[in-house]
Design a binder for this molecule. Structure first.
Ligand code: ZN
Length: 454
C-alpha cells in the first residue's frame, strides 16, 4: 500500500484523490507502481505549457515545466525523468516517519521547495523551514503525488482553488468535476489546463463547486461535511493564500437548497445577493456570476441572510416557508418552537393590519431602524387590536421574552432577524391583499408619519 485516503496534508490528499479520479479507481489503497507508471505516461505529456496548459508557473514556478533554461529541452521527458526518479524510491506506507505529506514514511533527506510543493518557499530563506533546512521533507511517494495536484485544482483568475474535506467522497466529487473536464480536453486534444468554470472571484467559484459536488452526491454521503478551500497562487514574485471554510451547517443547508423543489427559490435568494447587476440587461449567467454576492459573503461569515428571503420592493417573499424554516433551524440554530411562535404572532398582526384597512403599521415595521422603533410598532399594534376589540393579546410576556426578542446577551442585536421573520410572514399573508389595495407600487416612496405616536 502506497497511499490511503485523507492522510492529513491538504496538497497530498487533494493530489491523491485527483490521481484516483484520473485512474478511475475508488480506493487510493489500490494505487500501485503499475498505476503510477500509467499516470506518468498519460499525464506528463499533457501538463506543459506547449500543449496549452497555462498558469503552470503559478503552481510550480521555476520547475522543469516552466523554467526558461529548459526551453530547448524536451520538458515532457524532464518531467517524466523526475517522476521516474521518485517512482524508483517509493516505499510502502509504514506506521510513522518524518514526511510532511503522510507522516508514515521517512523523507530520506529529500528536501523540496516551491517548484515541487506549492507554498513551501524558495529554499534560500532557511528560517522558513525546521532546523534551517533548505526545504521541507517529503517522502518520494508524496512528492510524486503532488506533481499531479493540478488535476484537482480549479483555476480562477491567476489563482487556484484546492479543496480539503473531512469526508473522502466529498474530496472525490470535487476532483471528479475537475478531472472530467480535463479528460474532455484530453479526448478533444485541446488542452487548456486546470478546470476553469469562468469565475474570477474565489467565493463565487467555491459556491459553484459546492453545487457541483452536491449534484454528484449519493446516499447522503455529504452529510455533516465541513470543508476548507485553499485559494492560492504560488507565483514566485507574489505567492498568496486565502482560506475559506464552509461550516457543516451551511453545507447541509446548501444540500437542501439544491433539491429539485427548492432550486428556483434558492436561485431567487442568491440573485438578490448580487450587487450592481442590472437585471433588465442580463442575458446569461455570465453577465452576473462574477459580481460580488452578499449572500455568499454572509454565509461564509456566519451572518444572517434572512433579509434576502424578502423582496421589500415588491412586498413579497423570494422563497417558500419550508426553505426559510430549514435555513433558520439548520444554519441559525433557531428552535422550531421559536419559529412557530413568531409565525403565530405574524398571523395575528396580518389580521390586525387587514382589519385596519391600511398598510401603515406594515410600513412602520418595514422602516424600523432600531430595537426601540420595532418595539414601538408592536405597541401600536397592541393598541390597534384593543381598539378592534380582539379578545386575545398579540403575544404573552413569555412569548415576547423567549421567542420574539430573547436576550442572547448581545443587547438584542438580533431584533432585526425577528422583525424580518415577522415581515416574511406578513408578506406571505398579505401580498395579494396589498396588490389588491394598490399598496405595493407605493412601497418605495413611503416617507411619512413614522414615529408620530411616540
Ligand atoms: Zn509521505
Amino acid at each position: 500500500m502506497i497511499f490511503t485516503a485523507l492522510m492529513g496534508n491538504p496538497f497530498v490528499d487533494a493530489a491523491v484523490c485527483a490521481i484516483c479520479e484520473w485512474l478511475g479507481i475508488d480506493d487510493p489503497e489500490e494505487i500501485d507502481q503499475q498505476y503510477l507508471q500509467q499516470l506518468v505516461a498519460e499525464v506528463a505529456p499533457l501538463m506543459q505549457s506547449e500543449t496549452g496548459w497555462k498558469n503552470l508557473h503559478s503552481i510550480y514556478p521555476n520547475s522543469v515545466l516552466v523554467n526558461p533554461s529548459f526551453k530547448n529541452q524536451n520538458r515532457v521527458a524532464l518531467l517524466e525523468d523526475l517522476c521516474h526518479d521518485y517512482l524508483r524510491q517509493v516505499e510502502p506506507l509504514g506506521s510513522m516517519g518524518d514526511c510532511l505529506g503522510c507522516g508514515r514514511r521517512d523523507s530520506k533527506k529529500v528536501r523540496l521547495k516551491r517548484q515541487n510543493i506549492p507554498l513551501t518557499g524558495s529554499g534560500a530563506l532557511l528560517n522558513f523551514f525546521p532546523t534551517f533546512q533548505e526545504g521541507v521533507g517529503y517522502c518520494a511517494a508524496c512528492a510524486l503525488a503532488v506533481q499531479f495536484l493540478p488535476l484537482g485544482l480549479v483555476a480562477t483568475s491567476g489563482r487556484f482553488l484546492m479543496m480539503h474535506a473531512n469526508i473522502w467522497s466529498a474530496q472525490r466529487y470535487w476532483s471528479r468535476r475537475c478531472v472530467e473536464d480535463l479528460q474532455q480536453q484530453y479526448s478533444r486534444q485541446e488542452i487548456n489546463g486546470c478546470y476553469n468554470p469562468g469565475y474570477f472571484k474565489a467565493k463565487n467559484a467555491l459556491f459553484f463547486m459546492a453545487k457541483e459536488m452536491i449534484s454528484y452526491e449519493e446516499e447522503n454521503d455529504l452529510e455533516n461535511l465541513s470543508l476548507t478551500i485553499y485559494d492560492f497562487s504560488n507565483y514566485a514574485q507574489d505567492p498568496k493564500l486565502d482560506l475559506y471554510q464552509i461550516p457543516s451547517k451551511v453545507f447541509n443547508f446548501l444540500r437542501y437548497c439544491y433539491q429539485r423543489q427548492f432550486q428556483s427559490d434558492w436561485l431567487q435568494v442568491v440573485r438578490a445577493g448580487y450587487l450592481k447587476v442590472d437585471w433588465n440587461k442580463v442575458e446569461s449567467e455570465d453577465d452576473y456570476k462574477n459580481k460580488f454576492n452578499l449572500v455568499f459573503e454572509k454565509l461564509l461569515k456566519q451572518q444572517s441572510i434572512l433579509g434576502f428571503f424578502l423582496n421589500r420592493r415588491a412586498r413579497n417573499v423570494r422563497a417558500g416557508w419550508q426553505l426559510l424554516s430549514c435555513y433558520l433551524q439548520e444554519v441559525r440554530q433557531m428552535e422550531l418552537t421559536r419559529i412557530e411562535a413568531i409565525q403565530k404572532i405574524g398571523d395575528s398582526i396580518a389580521e390586525t393590519i387587514r382589519q385596519s384597512d391600511r398598510d401603515r403599521r406594515l410600513k412602520q415595521l418595514e422602516r424600523s431602524k432600531s430595537y426601540a422603533e420595532c418595539r414601538n410598532v408592536l405597541r401600536f399594534l397592541i393598541q390597534d387590536r384593543i381598539a378592534q376589540g380582539q379578545p386575545e393579546p398579540l403575544f404573552t410576556l413569555t412569548e415576547y421574552m423567549e421567542y420574539l426578542f430573547p436576550n442572547t446577551g448581545e443587547e438584542f442585536t438580533n431584533w432585526r432577524e425577528s422583525r424580518d421573520l415577522l415581515l416574511f410572514h406578513l408578506y406571505e399573508q398579505l401580498h395579494d391583499w396589498l396588490i389588491e389595495k394598490d399598496y405595493v407600487s407605493e412601497a418605495d416612496e413611503m416617507e411619512e408619519d413614522f414615529m408620530e405616536e411616540e
